[in-house]
Design a protein around this ligand. Sequence first.
Ligand code: 0L1
Ligand code: MG
Length: 262
Amino acid sequence: MILTDTVEAIAEELFAAEAEIQEIDTFVDRYPELDTNLAYKVQERLIGMKCTRQKTRVRGHKLGLTSVAKQKMMGVHEPLYGVLLDDMELDQHEPISLQPFIHAKIEPEIAFVFERDIKGPVSVPEVLTATAYVMPAFEIIDSRYRDFKFTLPDVIADNASSSRFILGDRIENIDNLDLKVIGSVFKKNGQVMATGTGASVMGHPARAVAWMVNKLAERGQFVKAGEIVLSGALTEAFRIEKNDVFSVGFDGLGAVQVVFTT
Ligand code: 0L1
Ligand code: MG
């Protein structure tokens, strides 16, 4: 089978798994040619299918596996990235149904929006200078793979487990905020589940963004002005059960709360 057939076949299977809310087997054993490079091609094809068939469009980007703990768990040494689409955004004031998800988890993140296009090579101070505003956020991740288990190429192909995102209010002046020492308290049904600081995200959330922008440049891509970037989780992700209420409060960034139904 030639590589374009592999890309097409995997992207179709991932698209169908999400549409039919069905978990599937991973691909690396079935397609030994699936390495990280080919996996990003699958991801691109999957995003193309979603844009055409769901009549949606690219809204931004996300990083994943940004903590050393998560990288160790996966046996990898670097993060990964994926794409956010318009139809993935949910409103924090609307209850969220669990119906569209296979086995969703939720994690707190800091979202960035930039006032101009940023192209690699870029440094952390350049990312911060280009930042228009940041927002407290939740990401809902939902792997299409059985039991949420996969290898790095599998999860890259599956658009980095992305599913939905929820944004809080904008903080436009970040000059006096040190994003690496910002603390967050993540609660489920009023109970503290985890705490984390900005430094949990590759030492500084802007370092994660710079890493992704530099990786995108290798593929001739960049982050456009106005696009959202989810910079990576500050804590571990927790499974969402019906009627759960999750909240995250960030020091100096405000809070987000989401209510799930059945
Ligand atoms: O956003 C994330 O950190 C998820 C990255 C992919 C790995 C996972 O699904 O846990
Ligand atoms: Mg995430």
